[in-house]
Design a protein around this ligand. Sequence first.
Ligand code: NDP
Length: 291
Amino acid sequence: SGSPIAVLGLGAMGRALASAFLEGGHRVAVWNRTPGKETELVAAGATAAATAGEAVRASRLVVVCLLDHTSVHDVLDPLAADLAGRAVVNLTSTAPNEARELAAWAERHGIDYLDGGIMATPPMIGRPGSSLLYSGSKTVFEEHTPALKLMGTADYFGEDAGLASLYDFALLSGMYLMFAGFTHGAAMVRSAGVSAAEFAERAVPWITAMAQTIPMATAAIDSGDYTTDVQSLDFNKAAVDAIVRASRDAGVGLDVIAPVKALIDRQVADGHGAEAFDRIFEGIRPLTPSP
Ligand code: NDP
């Protein structure tokens, strides 16, 4: 059987991770702050540890999946000495700087630290479509890749422990804004009595097709050259202004669409109306040089 793994945190996600390791043939020691969440895992072959330290000491690899950055410190700080020389893979959602802080904390205590972001829901873990992003210790990633792959695809982004989280949150931003855009459209058609289900039949293929055009925008964003002979910001302004009027007429709140209009308006006001829509990137980007 595979090497022993500790799973700290048995929320919906931690339980799914522990199951995937068990199915992969690992010995798994599980721990949760509040007892009672380990029952099914123990029936499936896991060992219930009385304390987090007990789980850690039984393992080489320690997988952490708690609520947030604070809870990770709450659980790991008292265990620093036990964790020294062991590998910690933290799959708790933390902001990039929180992941970097945890990596620095781990380094001070001689702990090998790999941070990860889970691009999946608990039922997806260990199934096709589950993707996990990692950054931090390359040694931990390489040594434990087979175990990590039991949860989903495993991609490594580099030694900066904050990178996986940065990608994770950047992808989630795209997701949230896409869902928000769908709800705006659903609110518009509601004014004509059209159901969200009916609207989704059109929205899914449309959004899917549009997503395929994303790579066409990347050259402009990466180079800063927004010259276009297709749709200009002047054109986009006319279109979005019309959508705003239509939304208002339909009694739909402008909270979702207004920021998009504001970004376009700013570029047009600054004299960039002949350039491409992607120029709105210039209105929000950090002052970091192009890649
Ligand atoms: P749950 O709310 O189901 O579980 C939270 C876990 O954190 C519980 O085990 C809870 O223990 C524990 N916890 C909270 N605070 C503390 C603390 N101070 N000390 C010790 N343990 C603590 O969340 P999930 O399992 O769904 O999510 C866990 C992590 O995975 C989160 O960071 C989440 O963002 C991330 N994630 C979740 C996804 C999902 O779809 N669910 C998707 C991608 C990432 P107790 O039972 O004692 O309260």
